[in-house]
Design a protein around this ligand. Structure first.
Ligand SMILES: [Ca+2]
Ligand SMILES: [Ca+2]
Length: 98
């Protein structure tokens, strides 16, 4: 195999890896945030959030500081939450005093 063939093989492999990585990076939460943030102000207002059913239905939960918009920190906190997590039902793990 001469050098030129090796180079071509290398470029082929590199571009394969590259496209695989691009697919793997797919829909990160940043992408979703950017897609929803249609006016690109770095925050999601109620209108923008209404594009995402899950987000708008949990609006009051996600908007932790209740300022009427969802910022990136609030959004990523929402994203990592398991969809079906029950609202903290306290089972008193330390055991009651009774
Ligand atoms: Ca926005
Ligand atoms: Ca907020």
């Amino acid at each position: 195999m001469d050098t030129r063939a090796k180079n071509r093989l290398f470029i082929m492999l590199a571009s394969l890896l590259f496209s695989a990585a691009a697919v793997g990076a797919g829909a990160s939460s940043t992408d979703v945030f950017n897609r929803l943030d249609t006016n690109k102000d770095g925050q999601l207002n109620a209108v923008e959030a209404s594009e995402d059913d899950g987000l708008s239905s949990k609006w009051t939960e996600v908007d932790q500081d209740q300022n009427g918009v969802i910022d990136r920190a609030e959004f990523s906190a929402f994203e990592i939450r398991p969809e079906n997590m029950a609202p903290a039902e306290t089972t008193n793990p330390s055991g009651g005093t009774e």
